[in-house]
Design a protein around this ligand. Structure first.
Ligand code: ADE
Ligand code: ZN
Length: 326
């Protein structure tokens, strides 16, 4: 079979996905209309033409604006359900997804509304599509630590629905050290931790995520390659990196997929995984990300299979579940 068919057919898991980043323009217009919210674009085509980014911040500005039309529990359900049906068609069997509570609570939408909608779609996805899941609550790093603490408080009644906490949004100038205390409290409450680090920010942010936040995975981590000692540390500990090739291309973290560091990282024995990040904005879900790097970097089926296996290893599935699926 062709490499494309091989990628499409192999059962996959996704570990770095922002549910707000799956908001397709068609659904955005539909939900805006029923909530009588205005979008500053006249059509789906006009909105899509605004998806041209020079850096992370230009993307985030549009991503937060899009999320503004999400108001009701049903909106969060529909958003999550659309993602699940989409990745089901792509043979994704397990997902560990982020949501950004503060993007919604700061607009007056309650934490309950957001999590109930997302959780019920995830439960339906498990039952009807056979997709298992973990949910990760991500703190916005451009806001202060007090706001993250407040969010942590709000999440406690829903602790059983949330497996971990993460850290996302504008990276440069907002190092992991800013959130050391709230991550400490989160771990005490039983949450696993991850953090975006080394996407635009320096390798020192990756060190901080490891040492101060005690993460179980690094989201992105591209810039680890600037620090040999860090590469050695990540390799020897088999610390997973959740890479997002099309995101890196669209946010100009790499100038061309042929320059994507994934092969170099595999050669360094790093535990790298392929993910979509914000597929509605970056032009592709899981299969498109795998196919993009496979073609640009001339990857073999064995290399693809290894990447897929890495994702199951890096997942938070219990050990026996992992072994069944590898
Ligand atoms: N929020 C959504 N996508 C993100 C990314 N790639 N980096 C940081 N924050 C994000
Ligand atoms: Zn991300």
């Amino acid at each position: 079979v062709s490499i494309e068919k091989f990628i499409e057919n192999i059962p996959k898991t996704e570990l770095h996905l922002h549910i707000e980043g799956t908001f397709e323009p068609e659904l955005m217009f539909e939900i805006a209309k029923r909530n009588q919210k205005k979008i500053p674009f006249n059509s789906v085509a006009e909105l899509k033409s605004a998806y041209k980014f020079n850096n992370l911040q230009e993307f985030l500005d549009i991503y937060y604006a899009g999320a503004n039309v999400l108001i009701k529990e049903q909106d969060f359900y529909d958003l999550t359900w659309a993602y699940l049906t989409k990745v089901h068609e792509q043979n994704v069997v397990h997902v560990e997804i982020f949501f950004d509570p503060q993007t919604h609570t700061d607009r007056g939408v309650s934490f309950d509304t957001v999590i109930k909608g997302i959780h019920s779609a995830l439960e339906d996805g498990k039952e009807r599509l056979g997709i298992t899941y973990k949910l990760i609550m991500s703190f916005l790093r451009h806001l202060d630590e007090a706001s993250a603490f407040k969010t942590l408080e709000q999440s406690l009644p829903y602790k059983d629905w949330i497996s971990g906490v993460g850290l996302d949004s504008s990276e440069v100038g907002n190092p992991p050290s800013k959130f050391e205390e709230v991550f400490k409290k989160s771990r005490k409450e039983g949450f696993l931790t991850v953090a975006h680090a080394g996407e635009e920010g320096p390798a020192t942010y990756i060190w901080e995520a490891l040492e101060l936040l005690q993460v179980t995975r690094i989201d992105h981590g591209n810039r680890c390659l600037e620090d040999n000692k860090l590469v050695k540390q990540l390799a020897s500990s088999q610390m997973p990196l959740t890479l997002c090739p099309l995101s890196n291309l669209e946010l100009k973290v790499v100038s061309n997929l042929k320059e994507h560091p994934i092969v170099k990282m595999m050669a360094e024995n790093l535990l790298v995984t392929v993910n979509s990040d914000d597929p509605a904005y970056f032009g592709g879900y899981m299969n498109e990300n795998y196919i993009g790097i496979a073609n640009a970097l001339d990857l073999s089926k064995e290399q693809i299979a290894e990447l897929v296996k890495n994702s199951f290893i890096a997942s938070w599935l219990p050990k026996q579940e992992k072994e069944k699926r590898i």
